[in-house]
Design a binder for this molecule. Sequence first.
Ligand SMILES: [Fe+2]
Ligand SMILES: [Fe+2]
Length: 171
Amino acid sequence: MGQRLQSRGAIAKFLVSDHQRLGVLFRAAVANPDQVDHESYTHFRAGLLRHIGMEEKILLPAIQQRQGGNAWPLAAKLRLDHGALASLLMSPPRPAIVAMLQTILEAHNELEEGANGLYAAGDELVGPESEQLVARLKAAPLVSVMPYSDTEAVRTTIRRALERAGYRFEG
Ligand SMILES: [Fe+2]
Ligand SMILES: [Fe+2]
């Protein structure tokens, strides 16, 4: 967490508070790691997938457009993290899955929220149209969430997605 919320632009305010909302759901879901609260976890899972969609389909393209077609420098890394997070959400929330989600989210959110992060770049580049962009973010569709899957294929997908994003999975 970089600056205080009040000093931020509209995009940062909106997406940082979405991180905070998702953090509350996540902590409620895994307060007892041996017994995940599935209602909170289901809201967290759907909310995180929607949040990723807002960044990938709306914010990153808007930034790229305003940089003459050049992607934000860490866009590729953020997309790899998103792929890793989405793969982890396919699995039932075993303790190793939950721990990995927490590790990735901490590092990832810092890249987005920091003073030189994605959201500050968005507010700077989108400038006077940032309120309109926030309206588009708010209108982003809900994401349909698949049932959990714990097959060998899913485990392989998770391992590879994590490796591509630079994480090592011991689960
Ligand atoms: Fe993200
Ligand atoms: Fe985010």
